[in-house]
Design a protein. Structure first.
Length: 251
């Protein structure tokens, strides 16, 4: 278990001070957990001195930080959308040896990128990845209420009453689960496609919400985050976001 995160300390020189691992993460060179591993392994030095405490107070603009003797500055910011196929885990490594999104992107030649939010293993669609932690936090923080739009194949055809109840929400395991918007897209003989919009996301939010009403999920595809749509990006493929797309999601 990681040590409790210390709040930033004001500093007149080189900006506010954070734990060393957080400074590395904020520079976009690695994840927080990876930075903690590097520090504890003695691979990180500040001003020529090896530091093994991931929470060592360090100014955000501190110079002279090296990893394995190589200077670490600000990484160029990269913003990517990926059409995640079903069956991939959104994790840099999986203790059970399952395939991850990073396996799918291994040949892309991208720098370290962190996922902006999550999609569970059985879910598909739009996943953002970036090394800009401030930008990512603006999308994922519950207080920002960025809409996430999903197309969900349900194992039954809902009536108007059920659609209304999904919007009203439930209390499950101490968490309130509700949808900001629910609409019927199309229906077949035995199942239907719904469009569900969330403005905050709990773990397995949609699956738990539907299960509470006796509805199973056959497929779950995220098709948009804010105004950014997945569009016709093929499954398993990725592309860089345009400058306009990045700015549109910068909160």
């Amino acid at each position: 278990m990681s040590a409790p995160r210390r709040p930033p300390v004001a500093s007149a020189r080189n900006g506010p001070r954070y734990g060393l691992a957080r400074v590395l993460s904020k520079r976009g060179v690695c994840s927080r957990s990876q930075a903690e591993q590097w520090v504890r392994a003695g691979r990180v030095a500040v001003g020529g001195r090896v530091v093994r405490d991931p929470e060592h107070p360090t100014a955000a603009g501190q110079g002279g930080i090296t990893v394995d003797g190589q200077p670490i500055g600000e990484a160029a910011r990269v913003y990517v959308m990926f059409n995640k196929p079903r069956g991939l885990v959104v994790s840099a490594a999986d203790e059970r040896g399952r395939a991850t999104v990073y396996d799918a992107l291994a040949a892309a030649g991208l720098p370290w990128l962190g996922p902006v939010g999550r999609l569970d293993k059985a879910s598909e669609g739009l996943l953002l990845l970036s090394n800009d932690t401030v930008w990512a936090a603006g999308i994922t923080e519950p207080a920002t209420h960025v809409d996430k739009t999903y197309h969900v194949q349900a194992d039954r055809i809902p009536d108007e009453g059920l659609l209304a109840r999904l919007g009203e929400g439930i209390l499950d395991q101490g968490e309130r689960l509700a949808a900001r918007k629910v609409a019927l897209l199309r229906a077949g003989e035995k199942n239907a496609w719904l469009e569900i919009v969330l403005d905050e996301g709990r773990n397995r939010h949609i699956r738990r919400l539907l299960a509470a009403h006796g509805v199973g999920v056959l497929r779950l595809v995220r098709v948009a985050i804010g105004n950014l749509a997945l569009g016709d990006l093929p499954k398993g493929q990725w592309r860089h976001l345009t400058t306009e797309e990045v700015l549109a999601l910068r909160l």
